[in-house]
Design a protein around this ligand. Structure first.
Ligand code: ZN
Length: 480
């Protein structure tokens, strides 16, 4: 008797042979995949899921986000990185405490489960209270998600903003940060479905001393190192000015590259830096939707992959406006085609690899997840293809990547546990989460002060985006 049998679907395995099995079955026991094939032995299962009409594939891997931004999407938008930070982000996220953190994680978890994500890497550096990140880890554990925590460290600036600003409640002193990180690692690393990595905010946000200590701490403990590198043009200019190096070259000089390194965004790389990424074995997380919204640019994904670099996909935070990795896969492929004027440069198969097996490699989880193979943990999603926009003659991958959306995922299994069945999330009370999310957002807005109210109350814009109309406050005039 096994725990679970999934029968009748079209299985996109993402195994080394990239088998696609029509009318296949998957056997799951004690959280692991026991068998995947066309014809399985006559298993008796405690539960059977009929996947007829569905495409069955590995759960998607969101290799970079900031869950703390989950409650504030839509407050500040259509801005470049710089006004986005000080005009929208700082005034409101500086007010986030443990309860907001917990509710952010609940609402993000709900959206992720409902759109087919089974593993998330969350870069949490918002230590307005050191309890925040513990509450997030506990919430994601309860939700059933697989969780890769990049424990963030900022002791100098937040996205380049100085420590003396009134909003810099998330900047903490070196000793306190290290102690809190040690405590988090001891409590969470390799506990259940949680693993921990260490993450300086960026090359600019952290003092040299803390940078060296963080790198040393990660390497001593065998933890991955993850940071934002060369995402926005300003940080490249900053690095050239201050170190006579481009941002990735500077990160490399600090020791932030290597097979245990994860680099987020990596938009502004010179050909020499692409080579450096490849030679060092560093992994990249591409966030095409956020990169597009903030007008960061189009990352050299095809160039990196051509050199054999492992590239995963992430939503990044609020700038993405979604946790739906189907949207991210499509955007990843489309942007590369446009950039290179080459329809073949990044295919549907490439995008699906990035969201599954490549994402698993980025997070060093490829022995456990990223494909449907015997021996791996059972992280499986069922996508309902019996719908008008998902009719297909034979090839399912282009429809999966270009036509499917997160809400087409009907059932999701993580670690062998059914967390959503027929669109009903079984690990959380959805109505209760939405109620709490509305309350927590209202509370944050009420704490945030005039600059946030300005954004929310700005009139329909007559010239340029709405935030430009929100110039009534004295705060804004002095800030400008
Ligand atoms: Zn980010």
């Amino acid at each position: 008797m096994i725990d679970l049998l999934i029968t009748g679907g079209t299985i996109v395995t993402m195994d080394p042979q990239r088998r696609v099995i029509t009318g296949g079955a998957i056997a799951v026991d004690e959280g692991r995949i026991v068998a995947v094939d066309q014809n399985l032995p006559d298993y008796k299962a405690r539960k059977t899921i009929d996947a007829s009409g569905c495409v069955v594939c590995p759960g998607l891997i969101n290799a970079h986000t900031h869950i703390y931004q989950a409650l504030i999407e839509g407050i500040g938008y259509d801005m470049h990185f710089d006004p986005w930070n000080w005009r929208f982000l700082f005034p409101i996220v500086s007010q986030i405490g443990p309860t907001h953190a917990e509710v952010s994680a609940q609402v993000a978890a709900l959206e992720m489960i409902k759109s087919g994500t089974t593993t998330v890497s969350d870069h949490w550096y918002l230590h307005t209270d050191f309890d925040n990140v513990h509450r997030v880890a506990e919430t994601l554990r309860q939700a059933g998600l697989r969780h890769h925590v990049v424990y963030g460290l900022l002791d100098q600036t937040f996205a380049g903003a100085r420590i003396d600003s009134e909003y810099m409640t998330m900047i903490r002193r070196e000793e306190a940060l290290i102690e809190a990180a040690e405590d988090f690692i001891a409590r969470w690393h390799r506990q259940g479905r949680t693993v921990v990595a260490l993450g300086p905010g960026s090359t600019e946000d952290i003092s040299d001393r803390l940078m060296h200590k963080t790198i040393e701490m990660a390497r001593q403990r065998g933890l991955q190192l993850a940071t934002h590198v060369a995402g926005w043009a300003e940080i490249v200019t900053y690095a050239i000015k201050n170190y006579a190096l481009r941002d990735l070259e500077y990160a490399h000089s600090l020791g932030l590259t290597g097979p245990d390194a994860i680099l987020f965004h990596a938009v502004w790389l010179s050909p020499r830096e692409v080579q450096l990424v490849a030679e060092s074995g560093s992994k990249i997380v591409h966030c095409p939707v956020a990169n597009a919204h903030l007008a960061y640019g189009i990352a050299p994904v095809a160039e990196l992959r051509a050199k054999g670099v492992t590239v995963g996909l992430g939503t990044d935070g609020a700038a993405s406006y979604t946790y739906d990795l189907f949207e991210v896969m499509k955007m990843a492929a489309m942007l590369q085609k446009v950039k290179h004027l080459d329809a073949e440069v990044l295919t549907a198969e490439d995008a699906l690899e990035m969201a599954t097996i490549e994402g698993a490699k980025v997070l060093s989880l490829e022995e456990q997840v990223g494909s449907l193979e015997p021996g791996k943990r059972a992280d499986i999603i069922l996508v309902d293809f019996a719908q008008p926009h998902l009719m297909t003659a034979h090839q399912v991958v282009p429809k999966l990547v270009y036509s499917a959306r997160g809400h087409d995922v009907v059932t999701s299994i993580i670690d062998g546990q059914v967390v959503m069945e027929n669109r009903r999330v079984l690990t959380m009370d959805e109505a209760e989460v939405l109620k709490r999310a509305r309350q927590a957002t209202a509370d944050l807005v009420s704490r945030a002060g005039i600059e946030t109210h300005d954004l929310l109350e700005a009139p329909w814009p007559e010239q340029g985006p709405r935030w430009r109309e929100a110039v009534t406050s004295e705060w804004f005039k002095t800030r400008k």
